[in-house]
Design a binder for this molecule. Structure first.
Ligand code: MRU
Length: 343
Protein backbone atom coordinates (compact mmCIF):
# COMPACT_ATOMS: atom_id res chain seq x y z
CA UNK A 1 0.00 0.00 0.00
CA UNK A 2 1.49 3.30 -1.02
CA UNK A 3 0.79 6.58 0.78
CA UNK A 4 -1.04 7.87 -2.26
CA UNK A 5 -3.99 5.55 -1.71
CA UNK A 6 -5.98 4.98 1.45
CA UNK A 7 -6.87 1.42 2.48
CA UNK A 8 -10.53 2.31 2.73
CA UNK A 9 -12.00 -1.21 3.11
CA UNK A 10 -10.05 -3.71 5.17
CA UNK A 11 -10.16 -6.16 8.02
CA UNK A 12 -9.26 -5.17 11.58
CA UNK A 13 -5.89 -6.43 12.86
CA UNK A 14 -7.53 -9.46 14.48
CA UNK A 15 -9.53 -9.98 11.24
CA UNK A 16 -12.83 -10.22 13.11
CA UNK A 17 -14.30 -6.86 12.08
CA UNK A 18 -14.65 -4.85 8.91
CA UNK A 19 -12.99 -1.43 8.90
CA UNK A 20 -14.08 1.26 6.43
CA UNK A 21 -13.36 4.90 5.80
CA UNK A 22 -16.67 6.70 6.42
CA UNK A 23 -17.17 8.47 3.08
CA UNK A 24 -20.06 10.58 4.38
CA UNK A 25 -17.59 12.56 6.51
CA UNK A 26 -15.16 13.38 3.71
CA UNK A 27 -13.46 15.68 2.93
CA UNK A 28 -13.65 17.41 6.32
CA UNK A 29 -12.76 14.45 8.43
CA UNK A 30 -11.06 11.13 7.76
CA UNK A 31 -12.63 8.66 10.17
CA UNK A 32 -12.59 4.89 10.09
CA UNK A 33 -15.48 2.89 11.55
CA UNK A 34 -15.60 -0.77 12.56
CA UNK A 35 -18.51 -2.98 11.56
CA UNK A 36 -19.40 -6.32 13.08
CA UNK A 37 -23.05 -7.12 12.47
CA UNK A 38 -25.06 -7.55 9.28
CA UNK A 39 -27.27 -4.62 10.37
CA UNK A 40 -24.26 -2.29 10.74
CA UNK A 41 -23.01 -3.37 7.32
CA UNK A 42 -26.42 -2.85 5.70
CA UNK A 43 -26.66 0.62 7.24
CA UNK A 44 -23.16 1.52 5.99
CA UNK A 45 -24.18 0.70 2.41
CA UNK A 46 -27.58 2.44 2.49
CA UNK A 47 -26.09 5.58 4.11
CA UNK A 48 -23.28 5.62 1.52
CA UNK A 49 -20.53 5.35 4.14
CA UNK A 50 -19.24 2.88 1.57
CA UNK A 51 -20.25 3.43 -2.06
CA UNK A 52 -19.12 3.07 -5.66
CA UNK A 53 -19.86 -0.13 -7.57
CA UNK A 54 -16.50 -1.98 -7.29
CA UNK A 55 -16.02 -0.85 -3.66
CA UNK A 56 -19.42 -2.34 -2.82
CA UNK A 57 -18.22 -5.66 -4.25
CA UNK A 58 -15.01 -5.54 -2.21
CA UNK A 59 -16.97 -4.57 0.90
CA UNK A 60 -19.45 -7.43 0.36
CA UNK A 61 -16.62 -9.97 0.15
CA UNK A 62 -14.99 -8.88 3.43
CA UNK A 63 -18.40 -8.46 5.08
CA UNK A 64 -19.44 -12.05 4.36
CA UNK A 65 -16.08 -13.32 5.60
CA UNK A 66 -16.44 -11.43 8.91
CA UNK A 67 -20.04 -12.57 9.36
CA UNK A 68 -19.17 -16.18 8.54
CA UNK A 69 -16.77 -16.31 11.52
CA UNK A 70 -19.79 -16.08 13.83
CA UNK A 71 -21.99 -18.74 12.23
CA UNK A 72 -22.92 -21.93 13.99
CA UNK A 73 -21.53 -24.91 12.04
CA UNK A 74 -24.93 -26.66 12.21
CA UNK A 75 -26.69 -23.94 10.20
CA UNK A 76 -23.72 -22.33 8.45
CA UNK A 77 -25.12 -22.15 4.91
CA UNK A 78 -28.56 -21.09 6.08
CA UNK A 79 -27.07 -18.16 8.02
CA UNK A 80 -24.72 -17.35 5.15
CA UNK A 81 -27.54 -17.18 2.57
CA UNK A 82 -29.78 -15.14 4.92
CA UNK A 83 -27.11 -12.45 5.46
CA UNK A 84 -26.05 -12.41 1.79
CA UNK A 85 -29.67 -11.83 0.73
CA UNK A 86 -30.08 -9.13 3.36
CA UNK A 87 -26.98 -7.21 2.23
CA UNK A 88 -28.00 -7.69 -1.41
CA UNK A 89 -31.31 -5.92 -0.74
CA UNK A 90 -29.50 -2.73 0.38
CA UNK A 91 -28.88 -1.18 -3.06
CA UNK A 92 -30.15 -2.61 -6.36
CA UNK A 93 -28.32 -0.86 -9.21
CA UNK A 94 -24.58 -1.66 -8.90
CA UNK A 95 -24.14 -5.25 -10.09
CA UNK A 96 -20.83 -5.68 -8.22
CA UNK A 97 -22.67 -6.00 -4.91
CA UNK A 98 -24.88 -8.95 -5.89
CA UNK A 99 -22.08 -10.50 -7.92
CA UNK A 100 -19.59 -10.49 -5.01
CA UNK A 101 -22.24 -11.90 -2.66
CA UNK A 102 -22.97 -14.70 -5.14
CA UNK A 103 -19.26 -15.37 -5.50
CA UNK A 104 -18.83 -15.63 -1.72
CA UNK A 105 -21.91 -17.87 -1.45
CA UNK A 106 -20.50 -20.18 -4.15
CA UNK A 107 -17.16 -20.29 -2.30
CA UNK A 108 -18.93 -21.12 0.95
CA UNK A 109 -20.87 -23.94 -0.68
CA UNK A 110 -17.88 -25.33 -2.54
CA UNK A 111 -15.65 -25.35 0.53
CA UNK A 112 -18.32 -26.72 2.87
CA UNK A 113 -18.19 -23.54 4.95
CA UNK A 114 -14.41 -23.38 5.31
CA UNK A 115 -13.72 -19.81 6.47
CA UNK A 116 -10.11 -20.03 5.22
CA UNK A 117 -11.49 -20.45 1.69
CA UNK A 118 -13.76 -17.43 2.27
CA UNK A 119 -10.79 -15.38 3.45
CA UNK A 120 -8.98 -16.23 0.22
CA UNK A 121 -12.04 -15.40 -1.88
CA UNK A 122 -12.61 -11.92 -0.43
CA UNK A 123 -8.92 -11.14 -0.81
CA UNK A 124 -9.13 -12.28 -4.45
CA UNK A 125 -12.03 -9.86 -5.11
CA UNK A 126 -9.88 -6.99 -3.81
CA UNK A 127 -6.69 -8.08 -5.58
CA UNK A 128 -8.51 -8.54 -8.90
CA UNK A 129 -10.05 -5.08 -8.57
CA UNK A 130 -6.62 -3.52 -8.01
CA UNK A 131 -5.34 -5.18 -11.20
CA UNK A 132 -8.46 -4.24 -13.17
CA UNK A 133 -8.36 -0.58 -12.10
CA UNK A 134 -4.67 -0.34 -12.96
CA UNK A 135 -5.26 -1.81 -16.43
CA UNK A 136 -8.35 0.41 -17.04
CA UNK A 137 -6.35 3.48 -16.01
CA UNK A 138 -3.58 2.58 -18.48
CA UNK A 139 -6.08 2.21 -21.34
CA UNK A 140 -7.73 5.51 -20.37
CA UNK A 141 -4.34 7.20 -20.17
CA UNK A 142 -3.65 6.20 -23.78
CA UNK A 143 -6.49 8.58 -24.81
CA UNK A 144 -4.98 11.58 -23.00
CA UNK A 145 -2.39 14.00 -24.32
CA UNK A 146 -0.19 16.56 -22.64
CA UNK A 147 -2.56 19.42 -21.71
CA UNK A 148 -5.81 17.38 -21.98
CA UNK A 149 -8.78 18.41 -19.85
CA UNK A 150 -11.17 15.71 -18.66
CA UNK A 151 -14.71 16.23 -17.38
CA UNK A 152 -16.00 13.64 -14.89
CA UNK A 153 -19.21 13.06 -12.94
CA UNK A 154 -19.81 11.56 -9.48
CA UNK A 155 -16.85 9.70 -7.96
CA UNK A 156 -15.12 6.80 -9.67
CA UNK A 157 -11.78 7.13 -7.94
CA UNK A 158 -9.77 5.01 -5.50
CA UNK A 159 -12.37 5.17 -2.72
CA UNK A 160 -15.10 3.95 -5.11
CA UNK A 161 -12.91 1.01 -6.11
CA UNK A 162 -9.47 -0.06 -4.95
CA UNK A 163 -6.28 1.74 -5.99
CA UNK A 164 -6.51 4.07 -9.01
CA UNK A 165 -10.24 3.99 -9.55
CA UNK A 166 -11.81 3.77 -12.98
CA UNK A 167 -12.92 7.10 -14.48
CA UNK A 168 -10.39 9.17 -12.56
CA UNK A 169 -7.68 6.50 -12.64
CA UNK A 170 -6.16 7.76 -15.93
CA UNK A 171 -6.03 11.31 -14.53
CA UNK A 172 -4.26 10.17 -11.35
CA UNK A 173 -1.90 8.02 -13.40
CA UNK A 174 -1.13 10.94 -15.72
CA UNK A 175 -0.28 13.12 -12.69
CA UNK A 176 1.98 10.37 -11.31
CA UNK A 177 3.88 10.35 -14.59
CA UNK A 178 4.33 14.10 -14.58
CA UNK A 179 1.88 14.73 -17.43
CA UNK A 180 0.00 18.02 -17.41
CA UNK A 181 -3.66 16.93 -17.36
CA UNK A 182 -6.49 18.98 -15.86
CA UNK A 183 -9.94 17.94 -14.70
CA UNK A 184 -13.38 19.48 -14.25
CA UNK A 185 -15.64 17.63 -11.87
CA UNK A 186 -19.40 17.96 -11.59
CA UNK A 187 -20.51 18.48 -8.00
CA UNK A 188 -23.07 15.69 -8.58
CA UNK A 189 -26.31 16.64 -6.88
CA UNK A 190 -27.91 15.63 -4.60
CA UNK A 191 -25.21 13.87 -2.57
CA UNK A 192 -22.20 15.78 -3.89
CA UNK A 193 -19.87 12.84 -4.52
CA UNK A 194 -18.06 14.99 -7.10
CA UNK A 195 -17.60 17.99 -4.81
CA UNK A 196 -16.79 16.04 -1.66
CA UNK A 197 -14.91 13.01 -2.98
CA UNK A 198 -13.63 13.49 -6.54
CA UNK A 199 -12.35 17.03 -5.93
CA UNK A 200 -10.61 15.77 -2.77
CA UNK A 201 -9.05 12.73 -4.45
CA UNK A 202 -7.82 14.71 -7.46
CA UNK A 203 -6.39 17.52 -5.33
CA UNK A 204 -4.65 14.94 -3.12
CA UNK A 205 -3.12 13.45 -6.28
CA UNK A 206 -1.86 16.91 -7.30
CA UNK A 207 -4.23 17.30 -10.27
CA UNK A 208 -5.34 20.74 -11.48
CA UNK A 209 -9.07 20.37 -10.74
CA UNK A 210 -12.01 22.75 -11.17
CA UNK A 211 -15.32 22.05 -9.47
CA UNK A 212 -18.53 22.96 -11.35
CA UNK A 213 -22.24 22.58 -10.63
CA UNK A 214 -23.96 19.90 -12.69
CA UNK A 215 -25.87 22.47 -14.71
CA UNK A 216 -22.62 24.06 -15.96
CA UNK A 217 -21.21 21.15 -17.95
CA UNK A 218 -22.84 22.10 -21.28
CA UNK A 219 -21.56 25.62 -20.86
CA UNK A 220 -17.93 24.55 -20.26
CA UNK A 221 -18.14 22.17 -23.22
CA UNK A 222 -19.52 24.91 -25.48
CA UNK A 223 -16.51 27.06 -24.58
CA UNK A 224 -14.14 24.32 -25.78
CA UNK A 225 -12.73 23.76 -22.30
CA UNK A 226 -13.27 19.96 -22.29
CA UNK A 227 -11.35 17.48 -24.48
CA UNK A 228 -12.90 14.26 -23.22
CA UNK A 229 -15.46 12.95 -20.68
CA UNK A 230 -14.65 9.98 -18.45
CA UNK A 231 -17.40 8.50 -16.23
CA UNK A 232 -17.77 5.33 -14.18
CA UNK A 233 -20.59 2.80 -14.28
CA UNK A 234 -22.77 0.79 -11.92
CA UNK A 235 -24.11 -1.70 -14.45
CA UNK A 236 -23.50 -1.98 -18.17
CA UNK A 237 -26.13 -3.87 -20.18
CA UNK A 238 -25.26 -6.21 -23.07
CA UNK A 239 -26.06 -3.51 -25.64
CA UNK A 240 -23.81 -0.93 -23.93
CA UNK A 241 -26.56 1.07 -22.21
CA UNK A 242 -24.94 2.19 -18.96
CA UNK A 243 -26.37 2.95 -15.54
CA UNK A 244 -24.32 5.45 -13.59
CA UNK A 245 -24.95 8.25 -11.11
CA UNK A 246 -27.97 10.40 -11.94
CA UNK A 247 -26.95 13.17 -14.36
CA UNK A 248 -24.57 11.04 -16.41
CA UNK A 249 -26.99 10.75 -19.34
CA UNK A 250 -27.43 14.54 -19.44
CA UNK A 251 -23.65 14.91 -19.66
CA UNK A 252 -23.51 12.36 -22.50
CA UNK A 253 -26.23 14.21 -24.44
CA UNK A 254 -24.34 17.51 -24.07
CA UNK A 255 -21.05 15.82 -25.04
CA UNK A 256 -22.63 14.43 -28.22
CA UNK A 257 -23.97 17.89 -29.10
CA UNK A 258 -20.58 19.55 -28.65
CA UNK A 259 -18.55 16.74 -30.25
CA UNK A 260 -16.73 15.82 -27.02
CA UNK A 261 -15.76 12.09 -26.86
CA UNK A 262 -17.64 10.36 -24.04
CA UNK A 263 -16.10 7.27 -22.43
CA UNK A 264 -17.43 4.91 -19.74
CA UNK A 265 -14.74 3.22 -17.65
CA UNK A 266 -15.42 0.10 -15.62
CA UNK A 267 -14.22 -3.42 -14.90
CA UNK A 268 -15.81 -6.43 -16.58
CA UNK A 269 -17.29 -7.19 -13.14
CA UNK A 270 -19.68 -4.27 -13.82
CA UNK A 271 -20.89 -5.63 -17.17
CA UNK A 272 -24.13 -7.59 -16.89
CA UNK A 273 -24.92 -9.49 -20.08
CA UNK A 274 -28.11 -10.76 -18.44
CA UNK A 275 -29.50 -7.23 -18.81
CA UNK A 276 -30.17 -6.95 -22.52
CA UNK A 277 -30.62 -3.18 -22.42
CA UNK A 278 -30.85 -0.32 -19.96
CA UNK A 279 -34.57 -0.90 -19.46
CA UNK A 280 -33.71 -4.14 -17.59
CA UNK A 281 -31.66 -2.22 -15.00
CA UNK A 282 -33.35 -1.48 -11.68
CA UNK A 283 -32.83 2.15 -10.67
CA UNK A 284 -32.54 2.83 -6.94
CA UNK A 285 -34.96 5.43 -5.57
CA UNK A 286 -33.79 7.34 -2.50
CA UNK A 287 -35.33 9.54 0.17
CA UNK A 288 -36.37 12.96 -1.14
CA UNK A 289 -34.76 14.56 1.94
CA UNK A 290 -31.45 14.13 0.14
CA UNK A 291 -32.72 16.80 -2.29
CA UNK A 292 -34.62 19.05 0.06
CA UNK A 293 -32.77 19.02 3.36
CA UNK A 294 -29.53 17.08 3.66
CA UNK A 295 -26.21 19.02 3.70
CA UNK A 296 -27.89 22.31 4.64
CA UNK A 297 -28.13 23.85 8.08
CA UNK A 298 -31.75 24.75 7.21
CA UNK A 299 -33.96 22.94 4.73
CA UNK A 300 -33.56 24.65 1.35
CA UNK A 301 -36.92 23.60 -0.09
CA UNK A 302 -40.42 24.26 1.28
CA UNK A 303 -41.45 21.73 3.89
CA UNK A 304 -43.57 18.96 2.41
CA UNK A 305 -42.55 19.52 -1.22
CA UNK A 306 -42.75 16.31 -3.27
CA UNK A 307 -39.28 15.15 -4.37
CA UNK A 308 -38.28 12.62 -7.01
CA UNK A 309 -34.84 11.21 -6.25
CA UNK A 310 -33.57 8.44 -8.55
CA UNK A 311 -29.92 7.71 -7.68
CA UNK A 312 -28.92 6.62 -11.19
CA UNK A 313 -29.84 7.06 -14.82
CA UNK A 314 -29.15 5.07 -17.95
CA UNK A 315 -27.02 6.55 -20.69
CA UNK A 316 -28.06 5.29 -24.10
CA UNK A 317 -25.26 3.35 -25.78
CA UNK A 318 -25.56 5.53 -28.90
CA UNK A 319 -24.07 8.40 -26.86
CA UNK A 320 -21.03 6.43 -25.70
CA UNK A 321 -17.80 6.69 -27.73
CA UNK A 322 -16.17 3.72 -26.00
CA UNK A 323 -16.33 1.51 -22.91
CA UNK A 324 -12.93 1.04 -21.30
CA UNK A 325 -12.45 -2.23 -19.41
CA UNK A 326 -9.34 -3.95 -18.06
CA UNK A 327 -9.32 -6.00 -21.28
CA UNK A 328 -9.27 -3.05 -23.64
CA UNK A 329 -11.49 -0.37 -25.19
CA UNK A 330 -14.82 -1.63 -26.56
CA UNK A 331 -16.38 0.28 -29.45
CA UNK A 332 -19.87 0.12 -30.96
CA UNK A 333 -21.65 -2.11 -31.76
CA UNK A 334 -21.43 -3.02 -28.07
CA UNK A 335 -23.45 -6.21 -28.26
CA UNK A 336 -20.51 -7.64 -30.21
CA UNK A 337 -17.58 -5.91 -28.52
CA UNK A 338 -18.84 -6.49 -24.95
CA UNK A 339 -19.94 -10.04 -25.76
CA UNK A 340 -16.47 -10.91 -27.08
CA UNK A 341 -14.92 -9.97 -23.71
CA UNK A 342 -16.55 -13.01 -22.14
CA UNK A 343 -15.78 -15.57 -24.83
O1 MRU B 1 -24.46 6.34 -5.38
P1 MRU B 1 -22.99 6.04 -5.56
O2 MRU B 1 -22.12 7.10 -5.00
O3 MRU B 1 -22.63 4.65 -5.10
O4 MRU B 1 -22.81 6.07 -7.15
C1 MRU B 1 -21.54 5.78 -7.66
C2 MRU B 1 -21.41 5.95 -9.10
O5 MRU B 1 -22.36 6.22 -9.81
C3 MRU B 1 -20.06 5.67 -9.67
O6 MRU B 1 -19.83 6.44 -10.80
C4 MRU B 1 -19.99 4.19 -10.06
O7 MRU B 1 -20.35 3.38 -8.98
C5 MRU B 1 -18.65 3.80 -10.53
S1 MRU B 1 -17.45 3.73 -9.24
C6 MRU B 1 -16.04 3.25 -9.99
Amino acid sequence: MTDRFVDHVRLSDDERRLVILDQTLLPNSREYIELETAEEMYEAIVSLRIRGAPALGIFAGFAMYVLSLGYDKACFMESFRRDAEYLCSSRPTAVNLSRALKRMTDAAEKSGGDTRALRRECQAILDEDIDMCTAISRFGLSLLKEGSTVLTHCNAGPIATSRYGTAIGPIIMAAERGMRVAAYCDETRPLLQGARLTAWELMTAGVDVTLICDNMSASVMSQGKIDICFVGCDRVAANGDTANKIGTSLLAIAAKHYGVPFYVLGPTSTIDLECRSGSDIVIEQRDGKEISTLWYSHPMAPEGVRCFNPAFDVTDSSLITGIITEKGICRPPYTESLGSLFK
